[in-house]
Design a protein around this ligand. Structure first.
Ligand SMILES: *[C@@H]1O[C@H](CO)[C@@H](O)[C@H](O)[C@H]1NC(C)=O
Length: 365
């Protein structure tokens, strides 16, 4: 029997090696709860040796971490003028390649994060409904380190490996009770000079469905139906939308299934999502609600990558390097695209452009 021992030792060693290279964390990100702020650990994602590597940033964010180099991955979403978006840490990034490493960029100082530079946000609609808050808007994405023309991707606390995108990224809101509650279900699409961010009230019974994370290729129009308008900054109340992917046709409730990426671009869908009724919209001047951002820019390197870089545009994010993350919103720029962006888009190549044409009407509304 003892002659088998070396083999057993070898097998155990191999097994240990393989299991060290496993994919899944002990606890999925969407099940990790931390009281704000004292219960938050330095890093939320602590599993060692998983295939996607380690968490990019950290979760304890304060005045010492607040700068345009911050790697804070604790996001805040409160109101029209107080929210954060997930965006890259390095200039000129393609979202589909670095969804797992996004960091928080916020509209207000005090969250220990980067600030969204002045002029980046060019139209916003904040919507408060019984089950969630949602903000949808237009932005100059190069100002938050996203490559010009990139149609982007979806961030949420799931991902194929349940570590979330970004890994270890957590979200809090004081919108419901006045004090900070952790948002366990949320999604944030970034790309095509637009974004949408929905935070579902964790106390509601349908948070996971309103903040559904499986429709990563059909963009904001389908995941966050809205009436956001360029150059308008408004805060509204509204009814709940249908759960993403659920629609009614001839009185029959149906479920849309997103086709596999291997089947190619999504060129049609069987339905147009319903934009829920809204009321009590109040409009604001961006120069007054975002006065503190007027003099903020991304870090100096970001500016190098953000302007006049059309010849360095190399990838659209169509072929995400990371198969464990969704790669695209399957969506494109809203009509409001500056002429310089439009000309740069043309240089990025046919796939981006043709996808853009197909979806040009779908992304926001
Ligand atoms: C501020 O944040 C840093 C980085 O996360 C952390 O190391 C430090 O302990 C924090 N300071 C306080 C006073 O919480």
């Amino acid at each position: 029997m003892s002659s088998y021992l070396p083999h057993i030792v070898a097998l155990v060693a191999i097994f240990t090696f393989v299991s060290a290279q496993s994919t899944f964390p002990a606890t999925p990100l969407a099940s990790k709860t931390f009281a704000y702020p004292t219960g938050i650990p330095y890093k939320v994602d602590t599993d060692i040796g998983l295939v996607r590597g380690t968490q990019k940033g950290y979760n304890i964010c304060n005045s010492t971490t607040e700068s345009q180099h911050s790697l804070c991955q604790t996001s805040i979403f409160n109101t029209l003028d107080d929210f954060c978006l997930w965006a890259p840490a390095e200039p000129n990034s393609v979202v589909g390649n670095i969804e797992g490493e996004m960091v928080a960029w916020c509209t207000k100082p005090g969250h220990g994060t980067r600030l969204i530079p002045g002029g980046a946000l060019t139209g916003l609609q904040y919507m408060r409904t019984p089950d969630y808050i949602q903000i949808v808007g237009f932005l100059d994405q190069t100002k938050v380190d996203i490559q010009v023309g990139d149609y982007g991707g979806e961030m949420d606390p799931h991902g194929a490996d349940l570590r979330g995108n970004p890994m270890g990224g957590i979200v809090y809101s004081n919108a419901w009770t006045g004090s900070y509650l952790q948002v366990m279900e949320w999604h944030n699409f970034m790309g095509s000079d637009a974004f949408c961010f929905k935070a579902c009230d964790s106390r509601g019974p349908n948070a996971a469905r309103f903040c559904e994370h499986i429709f990563d290729r059909i963009g904001c129009a389908y995941n966050a139906p809205n009436n956001a308008k360029p150059d308008v900054f408004e805060s509204c109340e509204g009814d709940n939308q249908d759960f993403p992917g659920i629609y009614t046709e001839n009185g029959q409730v149906k479920t849309y299934m997103q086709p596999a990426e291997s089947l190619g671009p999504i060129s049609t869908t069987p339905y147009q999502p319903k934009v829920p009724a809204s009321s009590n919209c109040k409009t604001f001047e961006s120069s007054s609600i975002f006065a503190a951002l007027a003099t903020v820019s991304a870090d100096p390197k970001a500016n190098d990558g953000a302007t006049g870089s059309s010849t360095t545009v190399t990838s659209s994010g169509l072929s995400s390097k990371d198969s464990t993350t969704p790669s695209a919103t399957g969506s494109s720029a809203p009509a409001k695209t500056s002429s310089s962006h439009a000309s740069t888009l043309a240089i990025t190549g046919v796939p981006v452009l043709s996808l853009g044409v197909l979806f040009s009407a779908l992304f926001l509304s």
